[in-house]
Design a protein around this ligand. Structure first.
Ligand code: NAP
Length: 415
């Protein structure tokens, strides 16, 4: 595949896959989206820190970055929001990273982030939330937080299947629901917008399968299915039921349900078994605050996952820290949890930690653990030294506030 519009480094090589495992060359080509808003600040800072970490990791390795376009930069350069070439480049090179992209509220283009996840079938939005020593927190025991969210990323109300109030499509669907499906509670045919919430067995199961496999591989002891199945019985309730089904049918000898734990094991978890439980989403928002330690891996439908990961991030330093990855069977694109924070755009002010920790996940995904450890250590030392960006500094006594690029320098200095 050729990309005539992209500046592909001639000395870079493509990551390939063999028997489901990545084969990573010493100088892999990594496509990146700079991002809108603070993306122009945090993404270059992230690249600087990753380059230093990879050099520190040794073995003559380096990253051959190639910019691919989406959002406002794509509109300016190519007159389209999400060129097919960008999706093709991520698919071809298998591993990439992206800055945040603007999504207008109430109208305009649909989310480019959702489009990227859907087009590349990046179905697992994986968001680890853990405490880094020295970060400010509104809770008494932030160290208790050490969870990984597996958020389904391709369906649910998030898929954007909805029609505006008064549109012919909305009227047609509402009339059908009223007249043929016996729907009750739709206010009016003309003055109601309407959306669709698809949740499927196939997409739920592959997400929960990944979460359980992760827990088994990493020695995590609990997987919690988070849903609002008491109200949305056939979508979120089904998510819960299909989740338990995967555990029973595919991991029956290595998982145990909460009910069986008490009925058969007096509450003591058998060695080598992952505990499967489920919580209703609203309860989960308070559980994560007051019984934080009880939770390790969460599997959630798309919208719940979005809400819960921001709420959890607040306990460990906020959105400037919260990081993640979009992972499919073939391709992975890493990205921060936060958005474009427009009021700080171009001010060299935003915290680049979130996208850099996403980059750290990318290094681990490549199997470059020495580089990942170097980066983790250096970020940890900068935070412990209280050399931090504004968002952390405003909550920390005795902090030295640095700019976005200043934080990158502080991290590189500590490598
Ligand atoms: P946001 O961009 O995440 O910003 C919300 C607030 O979070 C900021 O005002 C700031 O708080 C804090 N924050 C976010 N990133 C930070 C960073 N790197 N360093 C320090 N503080 C940070 O959320 P939003 O304002 O709701 O959304 C803005 C746009 O981003 C929207 O168009 C939205 O659709 C888009 N978005 C994109 C993605 C994505 O690309 N994956 C994700 C979410 C949202 P303070 O004001 O308190 O300092």
């Amino acid at each position: 595949m050729s990309f005539p519009n992209l500046a592909i480094p001639a000395d870079g090589q493509r990551i390939t896959a063999k028997d489901g495992r990545l084969d990573v060359p010493d100088r892999p080509i990594i496509p990146f989206i700079l991002g809108d808003g603070i993306g122009t600040d945090v993404t270059p800072a992230m690249q600087k820190m990753l380059d230093a970490a990879v050099a520190k990791g040794g073995g003559g390795k380096s990253i051959a970055w190639v910019e691919v376009f989406a959002g406002e930069r794509a509109m300016a350069a190519r007159n389209e929001w999400l060129p097919q070439e960008t999706l093709d480049a991520f698919a071809h090179y298998r591993v990439g990273i992206k800055g945040p992209l603007t999504t207008p509220i109430g109208g305009g283009i649909r989310s480019l982030n959702v489009a990227i996840r859907q087009s590349l079938d990046l179905y697992a939005n994986v968001r680890p939330v853990y405490y880094i020593e020295g970060l400010p927190s509104p809770v008494l025991e932030p160290r208790n937080m050490n969870i990984v969210l597996f958020r389904e990323a391709t369906e649910d109300v998030y898929a954007g299947i909805e029609w505006q109030a008064g549109s012919p499509e909305a009227r047609k669907l509402i009339t059908f629901l009223n007249d043929e499906m016996g729907a009750k509670g739709i206010e009016s045919v003309d003055g109601t917008g309407i959306g669709v919430k698809p949740i499927s067995a196939f997409r739920t199961k592959r997400l929960v399968r990944k979460a359980i496999q992760y827990a088994l591989d990493r020695g995590r002891s609990t997987v919690t299915l988070v849903h609002k199945g008491n109200i949305m019985k056939y979508t979120e309730g089904a998510f819960r039921d299909w989740g338990y089904e995967v555990a029973r049918e595919e991991f029956g000898d290595r998982t145990i349900t909460e009910a069986a734990l008490w009925a058969e094991h007096d509450g003591k978890q058998p060695a080598g078994h992952v505990l499967m439980n489920d919580r209703i989403a609203d309860n989960m928002l308070q559980q994560i605050l007051i019984r934080t330690r009880d939770y390790e891996v969460l599997a959630l439908p798309n919208l719940n996952g979005d809400y819960l990961s921001d709420a959890a991030a607040a306990q460990i330093g906020g959105l400037g820290i919260a990081h993640g990855a979009n992972i499919g069977d073939e391709v992975a694109v890493f990205e921060a949890v936060h958005g474009t924070a427009p009021k700080y755009a171009g001010m060299d002010k935003a915290n680049p930690s979130a996208v850099t920790l996403s980059g750290l996940m990318m290094l681990e995904h490549l199997g470059w653990h020495a580089a990942a450890d170097a980066l983790r250590g250096a970020i940890g030392r900068a935070i412990a030294d209280k050399v931090v960006t504004y968002d952390i500094a405003r909550q920390t006594t005795g902090a030295t506030e640095v700019s976005c690029s200043g934080f990158a320098r502080a991290v590189v200095d500590r490598m």
